[in-house]
Design a protein around this ligand. Sequence first.
Ligand SMILES: [Zn+2]
Length: 145
Amino acid sequence: MAESKARVPAIEGWFRMDGSAPCLLGVRCRACGTVYFPRESFCRNPGCGHGELEETQLSRRGRLWSWTDNRYAPPPPFVAKQPFEPYTIAAVELGAEKMVVLGQVASGVDASAFRVGQEMELVLDALFEDDTNEYVIWKWRPVAA
Ligand SMILES: [Zn+2]
């Protein structure tokens, strides 16, 4: 019954819109190699202080660092599905960068079996939708055993 809606990024430029191999997009300092996500406009490393930043694709996998349930709708500008449905937020340490990146856990994943250190992967999933578009964001899910 539902017509297919256009899938568009909920935030432009923060991740690659590639359903088969999505990844977060950050920047890397050409001088010292420091990686930033979200993007920075200059290198914040006090020992560097210069260096051009270039776009870089971040690890698609990482280790589960922690997680929690969110049972209340966050305030605007966050846009929640209506009616609000509780969801789980995971903090995942990216494999190569060792940065911890927060994200919702993908729809339909049961977090009751989560354990610290388990391998997680990034997926694209709906954040919300309107009459014409489905707005997509990155989410985390366990790597299938
Ligand atoms: Zn630098």
